[in-house]
Ligand binder design. Structure first.
Ligand code: 5GP
Ligand code: ZN
Length: 112
């Protein structure tokens, strides 16, 4: 499948990986929007949030728990962080391999 995040998960293209386990890879966003901008992805291809089904429940819960674990590990849990799923065109979603943004490192604006 021609999916850029599958290629990152399979090490076919490089990425700045900060954490990896059996199920998830966490890497730095190539165009960071905050001092800390990480992406949490399942290794197995899962489509966008809009296409999730019951069988994805465990993977999605695992992504959120992984984000919490990483926030603690990199030392932003106390200062705070934001987790974002972009869904569809108006959210600017570019990649259709499910991914969770972890943003931190400064007071984050919330404006549109
Ligand atoms: P989306 O807008 O789909 O929620 O977010 C996709 C994110 O992936 C964007 O923030 C974009 O900068 C990032 N991204 C796209 N291609 C690559 C890549 O090849 N490597 C890395 N590290 N990040 C990427
Ligand atoms: Zn994929």
């Amino acid at each position: 499948m021609d999916c850029i995040f599958c290629k990152i998960a399979n090490k076919e293209i490089p990425a700045d990986i900060v954490s990896e386990d059996e199920n998830f890879v966490v890497f730095k966003d190539i165009h960071p929007k905050a001092p800390v901008h990480l992406l949490i992805i399942p290794k197995k291809h899962i489509g966008p949030l809009s296409a999730l089904t019951e069988k994805d429940r465990e993977a999605v819960a695992g992504m959120i728990l992984k984000a919490k674990e990483i926030a603690e590990k990199i030392g932003v849990a106390k200062s705070g962080y934001r987790l974002v799923f972009n869904v569809g065109k108006d959210a600017g979603m570019e990649v259709d391999h499910l991914h969770l943004h972890l943003l931190a490192g400064k007071p984050l604006k919330f404006e549109f």
